[in-house]
Design a protein around this ligand. Structure first.
Ligand SMILES: Nc1ncnc2c1ncn2[C@@H]1O[C@H](COP(=O)(O)OP(=O)(O)O)[C@@H](O)[C@H]1O
Ligand SMILES: [Mg+2]
Length: 295
């Protein structure tokens, strides 16, 4: 499985350029697409799932041309849209049954087996008879992933799956995605939340203002931030000054005031080992100059 994106540009009818000459090659495994709100992630996802046409450029998925072989491409796709919702008066299992039929599963008992298996997998078996639109946010997202997996897709695209979920649900969702990774499958996870890009992403891209600013392994992004992340203790007054001057990653209350972690190009406080969150902020501030604009 391989996706090749070449010179992809999307200009919306109102003149807004949402993607500018995007070039990416995505291979098997979990691919993280990270970027601030408005960066162009959803636009890219919608193009990949054939819901939106590119203005320029070419996309090849598993040897098929996105513009010429829509049918073949759709048959290998699973998609959890950012604004995923169910419809009223439909039970959880019925919603999946509806999607299973859309995915071409004709045999009734095959469908029922598959549905129960998926419900089990995403932890919704116990609520299979509940009304789908009455589920909690986290459960609805899990139903969304079950819906996306029903056709056993080789390409699974999930757009901001953890937005609005509590930390526990987020961790659970991340674990679920990791479980769904397998040798011949690509999972593309788009998010503006760094924590959602787990260490299980073998490859990632950062997209800012419609452009791919970084495309490599997460560790490579972390490498760039080494020597630029610091920790210090500050009182209330100092904390305000620090916030004005540096990109603050975290503040934790301690006896003397606050333990503050910042990303900076000049040495302040004690140097610490960066994590992906530091690395992302460092990258964005460097890339965009003014971090306040995009973060
Ligand atoms: N249908 C549309 N028409 C015009 N502009 C749009 C449309 N959809 C999105 N945009 C704009 O394109 C840019 C990228 O949006 P989007 O792809 O949704 O970004 P992201 O998913 O990274 O938040 C934003 O500036 C957004 O306002
Ligand atoms: Mg989006």
């Amino acid at each position: 499985m391989k996706i090749e994106i070449k010179g992809l540009t999307k200009i919306y009818k109102n003149g807004k350029t949402a993607l500018k000459d995007v070039n990416l090659t995505i291979t098997n495994g979990m691919f993280g697409l990270l970027g601030p709100n408005g960066a162009g992630k959803t636009t890219l996802m919608r193009i990949l799932v054939t819901l939106l046409n590119p203005t320029y450029g070419k996309v090849m998925i598993d040897g098929y041309d996105l513009l010429k072989n829509r049918k073949q491409i759709r048959s290998m796709l699973g998609y959890l849209p950012q604004d995923f919702n169910t419809f009223p008066k439909v039970r959880v299992w019925e919603f999946l049954d509806y999607n299973a039929r859309l995915a071409g599963l004709k045999n009734h008992s095959t469908r029922m087996t598959k549905i129960d298996e998926l419900l089990e997998k995403v932890g919704l078996f116990d609520v299979r008879d509940r009304m789908a639109n009455k589920l909690s946010g986290g459960m609805k997202r899990r139903l969304g992933i079950a819906q996306a997996l029903i056709g056993d897709p080789k390409l699974l695209i999930v757009d901001e799956p953890t937005t609005g979920l509590d930390p526990e649900e987020r961790i659970r969702f991340r674990g679920m995605l990791t479980e769904m990774s397998r040798e011949d499958r690509i999972i593309i996870l788009s998010t503006h939340i760094v924590g959602a890009i787990s260490s299980s992403c073998n490859d990632m891209a950062v997209i800012v203002n419609g452009e791919v600013g970084f495309n490599d392994a997460p560790e490579k992004l972390i490498e760039k931030a080494r020597g630029h992340t610091f920790s210090m203790v500050a009182d209330d007054y100092e904390l305000e000054r620090i916030k004005e001057q540096y990109a603050v990653i975290s503040t934790v209350p301690v006896e003397e005031g606050w333990r503050v972690e910042v990303v900076s190009n000049s040495m302040i406080g004690t140097e610490i080992e960066p994590n992906l969150e530091h690395a992302y902020v460092h990258f964005i501030t460097d890339y965009a100059g003014e971090y306040a604009d995009v973060l």
